[in-house]
Design a protein around this ligand. Structure first.
Ligand SMILES: *[C@@H]1O[C@H](CO)[C@@H](O)[C@H](O)[C@H]1NC(C)=O
Ligand SMILES: *[C@@H]1O[C@H](CO)[C@@H](O)[C@H](O)[C@H]1NC(C)=O
Ligand SMILES: *[C@@H]1O[C@H](CO)[C@@H](O)[C@H](O)[C@H]1NC(C)=O
Ligand SMILES: [Zn+2]
Ligand SMILES: [Zn+2]
Length: 379
């Protein structure tokens, strides 16, 4: 008897402790939400009850239907950049259907298909923001593991519902499949530099380095702009795929100096999607006079930059990161018009940990997309 009383008291204390611990996620906001979160650096995702803010006057609430799994999600869940706050619900390639709108929302109505990418907020005032370049705003709020102005942490698209300011939402075109969610990050990351650096003129010859999530989108957009496309990869094994599956015109093995030399001076621009440290001299050598090498991958260590090849040919090395909201809208409209979709493997929510393991090994063509709308089950 005594024993069982003690036991019950302990149990009550434990559950009281537990509810205090969980309070911040479950009760900090009024709307109950459910998603999959990583709790520690193992990066293993598991179900989490949390909460979303009330739909504010300029907010749109929506049901998440599909969410892509991006490499950035891997860095975040494993805290590889040392800056993640746990628990983290990742996901920033999100397509959904509107379920509620605030009374000052004029762009969207209930039932609309919409998309949300890397950002859910910015300062709205700086020079970047006023030029539709929220993606370069120092005050940007990331969709996952960002910090809202009220100090709370953002939770991404591996979840049942979201509440986002309408400014950061794009209209999802009717004839674009909702599974094409990776356009919202991988897509715009390659579309934006092709446009901004003027590498979108028919007849130009564009190189794409690396054939993964980003690279395969770069090939598709460059082809749609009417350019000739050469894929540059360390491995000959990707040749058939690049040419037959993705429609590239030619292929270069970057480890074959003879091939690289023979193709010297042939490209107007290169989109370099590789995130590992790699030599860039051979790439600069591929450029014509006035050619541009644009980096969109993010090697963790500095690359060596040989200057002579830049001088002798007025060449340029640049960079680019995702795109502003206006450009994301333009990009999805373009994708609809030209039938451009990422190659995806759609998987159920419970498959997420396996998908993450396979993504680490690049064992996917070319992006996983979680079918959240049909498979996220409350548990
Ligand atoms: C979430 O909350 C529901 C209802 O309170 C509960 O049944 C479920 O076990 C919870 N799930 C998790 C993962 O905590
Ligand atoms: C996670 O949040 C912290 C704090 O807001 C931020 O500094 C960091 O950039 C975020 N991490 C990632 C991987 O985005
Ligand atoms: C615009 O973006 C750049 C790059 O992120 C940043 O250095 C600069 O401070 C921003 N400009 C303003 C006015 O905030
Ligand atoms: Zn991404
Ligand atoms: Zn700003």
């Amino acid at each position: 008897m005594l024993f069982s009383i003690v036991y019950i008291t302990q149990k009550n204390q434990e559950s009281a402790k537990k509810s205090i611990m969980e309070k911040s996620h479950e009760n900090e906001h009024p709307i109950k939400a459910f998603g999959w979160a990583a709790r520690d650096t193992s990066g293993v995702l598991s179900p989490l009850n949390f909460s979303r803010r009330e739909t504010g006057e300029k907010d749109v609430q929506f049901k998440v239907m599909y969410c892509g799994i991006c490499h950035t999600d891997l860095h975040q869940i494993k805290n590889e950049w040392g800056i993640t706050k746990y628990p983290i619900i990742p996901g920033h390639e999100i397509v959904g259907v509107v379920t509620e709108v605030g009374n000052k929302v004029d762009k969207f109505k209930i039932g609309d298909k919409i998309g949300v990418g890397y950002l859910v907020g910015s300062c709205n005032e700086c020079e970047n923001c006023t030029n539709d370049l929220e993606n370069y705003c120092p005050g940007q709020v990331l969709t996952a593991n960002g910090t809202h102005s009220d100090g709370t942490i953002t939770h991404g698209g591996y979840s049942d519902l979201m509440v986002v300011n309408e400014h950061f939402i794009v209209r999802w075109p009717d004839n674009l499949p909702m599974e094409a969610a990776p356009l919202l990050c991988a897509g715009v990351t390659t579309y934006s530099p092709l446009r901004y650096y003027g590498l979108d003129k028919p007849g130009m010859h564009i190189g794409v380095v690396g054939l993964g999530g980003l690279g395969h989108m770069a090939v598709k957009f460059a082809k749609a702009f009417g350019t000739k496309v050469t894929v540059i990869s360390t491995s000959i094994s990707k040749k058939d795929e690049a040419i037959e599956r993705l429609g590239a015109d030619s292929f270069l093995v970057s480890r074959d100096p003879e091939q690289m030399q023979a193709a010297g001076g042939s490209l107007d621009g290169i989109i370099d999607t590789v995130s590992a440290v790699h030599p860039i001299f051979p790439l600069l050598n591929l450029l014509k006079t006035n050619g541009k090498l644009v980096m969109v991958g993010a090697p963790e260590k500095p690359l060596e930059l040989p200057v002579f090849p830049l001088l002798l040919g007025r060449k340029l090395v640049g960079g680019s990161a995702i795109g502003g909201v206006k450009e994301v809208q333009e990009m999805v409209n373009f994708a609809e018009k030209h039938n451009i979709t990422p190659d995806v493997e759609v998987v159920p929510m419970e498959y997420v940990n396996r998908a993450v393991e396979r993504l680490v090994k690049s064992d996917v063509k070319y992006r996983f997309v979680l079918d959240i709308g049909n498979t996220l089950k409350k548990s």
